[in-house]
Write a protein that binds this ligand. Structure first.
Ligand code: 13P
Ligand code: SF4
Length: 417
């Protein structure tokens, strides 16, 4: 499996400009992605239950969703110009085209965290992504800067699978099982609440993303003998296998089982203790889909995100973060064919941007990430209209104590070479 190397150049990566050609916006295949997200999905309540505070979800007037798309976009661009350098818009690669067109910068979660940390000037950071990304941006920006999530219901189902109290309880239980906790390095995937990043900060741990998980494992094993990894079982296992850790030395802690469903002996013998969490988008990809792609497209290159299950990563030709997937396919020779195991908005956009290659999603019926999808241009318009009136809505504010400890773990990650 090729290991990703992500380059970072804020100036070169700046993309938000209405004059830049956006081939994906005129592509009819994406019409379906224009529909309006449901409100009152319960996602906000889940976020709150998992410690996302203080949030106040606001229902935006329905006329924002009924507005003609051309008029809506023109109004957003006008407000964008009015706010000038006071505002920077960050967009994750999984955002729908109608949203990503407004991003000053787009990136994977690692690059977006670097970009957030680099925003010294902007007063407002509008984060078109999901809740954990906006939380990290709030932690990495200065106290005078305000981070805004256009729709507070844009969470991440995987991040919701590891709750602070459950991880604390697991940590104590692992200690009671006879494991010396001084030898265990907690590693949280970026897709986690600030509370878990803070847990890592105060327990000698670190944050990782799919771009740097391998290097973070090296960092951890220079400081301890075991890793406790949460919340994505699959990224944790894929990284371990790529580093030569035998599969039977990686055990899975199930938060719904007493003692995680493990014996004290299993915990003492393990090199990596994985949290039982997964991404509902990436868990859908299968080896059968890869076999079908290879049968139907001889010579196809299969590239997947490392949140996919181990057997899928092993059956693929390469695996890496969204930025890695983009860089790899962009650099590939014309005429090559790519089956991609990641979120559909990114795959469709790549296909439209790189017409000299054939690019399709491994899963013919894959859905968009339903939580990323909750960011809709209408929320952007509504948010910017408030900002020009100096009223900040949907601000993400992390508790200062949590932020201080989480920053320790994030800074450790950003310092990993
Ligand atoms: P990246 O780190 O590749 O951006 O992935 C984030 C994510 O949420 C994948 O599901
Ligand atoms: Fe979370 Fe999966 Fe969506 Fe990524 S794709 S934000 S891990 S639910």
């Amino acid at each position: 499996m090729a290991m990703p190397v992500v380059t970072f150049d804020p100036a070169a990566d700046r993309v938000g400009d209405p004059t830049i050609t956006t081939p994906w916006l005129v592509d009819a295949q994406l019409d379906a992605a224009s529909c309006v997200p449901e409100e009152g999905t319960g996602a906000y309540e889940t976020l709150r239950a998992y410690g996302a505070k203080p949030l106040r979800q606001q229902r935006i007037p329905r006329e924002y969703f009924r507005m003609d798309a051309v008029e809506r976009d023109a109004r957003i661009w006008a407000l964008r110009r009015e706010l000038g350098d006071r505002l920077v818009i960050l967009g994750h690669h999984y955002q729908r085209d109608e949203v990503i067109q407004f991003a000053d910068y787009r990136g994977d979660s690692y690059k977006l965290s670097q970009l957030a940390a680099a925003q010294n000037e902007a007063e407002f950071v509008l984060f078109c992504g999901v809740h954990f990304m906006a939380e990290s941006a709030d932690i990495l920006t200065s106290p005078r800067q305000k981070v805004i999530l256009p729709n507070l219901e844009a969470g991440c189902s995987m991040a919701d699978m590891a709750k602070g109290d459950d991880v604390e309880a697991a940590w104590r239980a692992i200690g009671r099982a006879g494991v010396d906790l001084d030898t265990v390095i907690p590693v949280t995937y970026m897709n986690s609440t600030a509370e878990l990043k803070a847990f890592c900060g105060r327990n000698g741990g670190i944050v990782c993303t799919s771009s740097n998980a391998s290097r973070v494992y090296d960092w951890a094993f220079e400081r301890g003998e075991k890793i406790m990894f949460f919340p994505d079982e699959h990224l944790g296992r894929n990284t371990g296998v790529a580093k030569g850790i035998p599969e039977d030395r990686m055990v899975v802690w199930d938060p719904f089982q007493p003692m995680g469903g493990l014996t004290a002996g299993q915990l003492r013998d393990a090199t990596v203790i994985l949290w039982k969490g997964y991404c509902s988008v990436h868990a859908r990809f299968s080896v059968e889909q890869i076999e079908t792609a290879r049968a139907e497209h001889p010579g196809v290159n299969v590239i997947v995100h490392p949140e996919c299950r181990l057997e899928v990563v092993q059956a693929a030709d390469s695996a890496g973060s969204t930025e890695f997937i983009i860089d790899t396919i962009t650099a590939a020779p014309a005429g090559t064919v790519w089956a991609v195991g990641t979120e559909i908005n990114l795959v469709n956009r790549l296909n439209a941007e790189l017409p000299d290659k054939e690019i399709f999603c491994l899963d013919p019926v894959v859905c968009p990430c339903s939580t990323m999808y909750r960011v809709h241009p209408s929320y952007i318009l509504w948010t910017l209209e408030h900002l020009v009136e100096d009223e900040v809505v949907n601000q993400i504010t992390v508790d200062p104590t949590v932020a201080r400890e989480a920053l320790v773990a994030l800074d450790r990650m950003l310092a990993v070479p």
